[in-house]
Design a binder for this molecule. Structure first.
Ligand code: SF4
Length: 461
């Protein structure tokens, strides 16, 4: 009996460890199982949050998965007379510290218990940790909303459908460093966290898609963008992650098909074609360069995903296409692993442990310039920076030079290295010769694509 119990507990330790190891194809990825019940609670909490008036609404936690309203509404079934109980935000106080009469916001990220008439209030494990106890009525600093369950088969069908596209195309052509036009395609995954249905063990899983993210998660531009996204865009990212997780070979197949099609749509091989000497014909490629941007949201969350990006790049070059492949990452190890195949930009918004692994003198990196540094150099209308006919920010008189001086001082960069993006020479120069300021509006991402740029200093407004 004791042996059996021991075996059972060893088994459960083993299983628990397994859960964080990721699927066979994504060893090392950070994942955790989530039951349909937990999933329903999270989705329901998000629906309740979305249904709250803007002014009364608390922010979605950075760890939470982003779902679109329609996906939640169509897949949840409310359970009559059962309620989820959430904690209230602290009362708003006056300057002297006295609580005002303003109603307290409901914090849907903090589920503290459940309630129904027969059983009263039952705290969740989290609720117990916060000090809530089982009681007849709900505690005074909480609010309740109807409980819901998930139609998990239907939801599984939704995310398991193969995504129609892995890449999005940028409709605008841009000038490349070679004076050629460039045509950009980009791809990404749900930022920070996404849900998949793992076909190996038939469980829903929460996948950490940005394992290296640090402070960037608080201001994540990708998540910011998702809030305004329509139904299809969020779903598209979820389906990509699900396919990549469950079937990376199929994912790679799609990647290659789309990239070859994108490159061929803009490039034409040229040569002195000769039917007597077709084997030695030297071809060049005319037409815009194909630029591939990885991680426009999410990061290389596993070696497999990184390998897909690197192999696709090498494969295209081998096929004779003129491509430039680049990525921002907060995962230090991939900077070196990319070799010359890809242009890698380490982002300083990473976890401190990742930052400690890179030598910033030797690594191309990007940093976000604090907004206080540039708040006096542009022309504003209300909170908005005014732009000219090219959609570039309008500087105050002398502001352009002043901004360079401020950044030069703050980052200890010699003035002659520091360039605005449009001051970069058309042709790429020696490695790490420049540092580039990227304006809050109207600039492209060219600095991140060039190896003569060391630091990319992003002015995010
Ligand atoms: S790594 Fe990128 S996508 Fe992920 S949280 Fe940071 S900024 Fe957002």
């Amino acid at each position: 009996m004791i042996k059996d119990l021991l075996k059972e507990s060893l088994l459960s330790v083993y299983r628990n460890e397994k859960l964080t190891e990721g699927a066979t194809d994504h060893e090392g990825a950070i994942s955790s199982c989530i039951t349909p019940q937990q999933l329903a609670k999270e989705m329901n909490a998000e629906l309740n949050r979305k249904n709250t008036d803007d002014k009364e609404r608390v922010n979605l936690g950075t760890k939470n998965v982003i779902f679109h309203r329609n996906h939640i509404e169509d897949y949840l079934v409310k359970v009559e007379d059962n309620f989820d109980v959430y904690q209230l935000e602290p009362a708003v106080t006056t300057k002297s510290g006295k609580p005002t009469k303003k109603p307290r916001k409901v914090n849907f990220n903090r589920l503290v218990g459940s309630y129904n008439k027969d059983e009263g209030f039952n705290p969740t494990d989290f609720g117990v940790k916060l000090g809530y106890k089982k009681s007849e009525n709900i505690p005074s600093d909480t609010a309740m909303r109807e409980t819901a369950v998930l139609n998990s088969e239907k939801f599984k069908g939704l995310i398991e459908k193969e995504p129609s596209k892995i890449f999005d195309k940028n409709p605008k052509m841009e000038k490349s460093d070679k004076g050629r036009n460039q045509f950009t395609v980009n791809t990404g995954l749900p930022a920070i966290n996404g849900i998949v249905f793992d076909q190996e063990d038939n469980q829903f899983k929460n996948i950490n898609t940005c394992p290296g993210a640090g402070e960037c998660a608080l201001v994540c531009y990708a998540r910011g963008g998702f809030y305004g996204m329509n139904d299809g865009k969020i779903l598209k990212l979820m389906r990509r992650l699900n396919l990549l997780w469950n079937n990376p070979k199929r994912y790679y197949q799609k990647v290659m098909e789309e990239l070859i099609s994108a490159a061929s749509s803009v490039q034409t091989p040229k040569a002195n074609w000769d039917f007597d000497d077709f084997e030695d014909t030297n071809t060049t490629n005319e037409g815009p360069q194909l630029v591939i941007r990885w991680n426009d949201a999410g990061d290389f969350f596993s070696d497999t995903y990184f390998k897909i990006a690197k192999s696709a790049t090498l494969q295209l070059v081998k096929l004779g296409y003129d491509v430039k492949s680049y990525a921002y990452t907060k995962q230090a190890k991939y900077i070196d692993l990319a070799g010359d195949a890809m242009v890698m930009n380490f982002s300083k918004g990473s976890k401190p442990s990742e930052l400690a692994k890179v030598d910033l003198e030797k690594v191309k990196y990007s940093d976000i310039v604090p907004s206080e540094l540039f708040k006096k150099v542009f022309v504003y209308k209300g909170p908005h920076i005014q732009v000219d006919s090219e959609e570039k920010p309008i500087f105050q008189q002398g502001g352009k030079e002043l901004l360079k001086q401020l950044i030069s001082k703050e980052y200890n960069i010699p003035m002659d290295r520091l360039k605005y993006q449009d001051e970069l020479p058309p042709k790429e120069s020696d490695k790490f010769k420049y540092d580039v300021i990227v304006l809050p509006k109207g600039d492209s991402d060219i600095g991140a694509q060039r190896n003569d740029v060391h630091k990319t200093l992003l002015l995010v407004h």
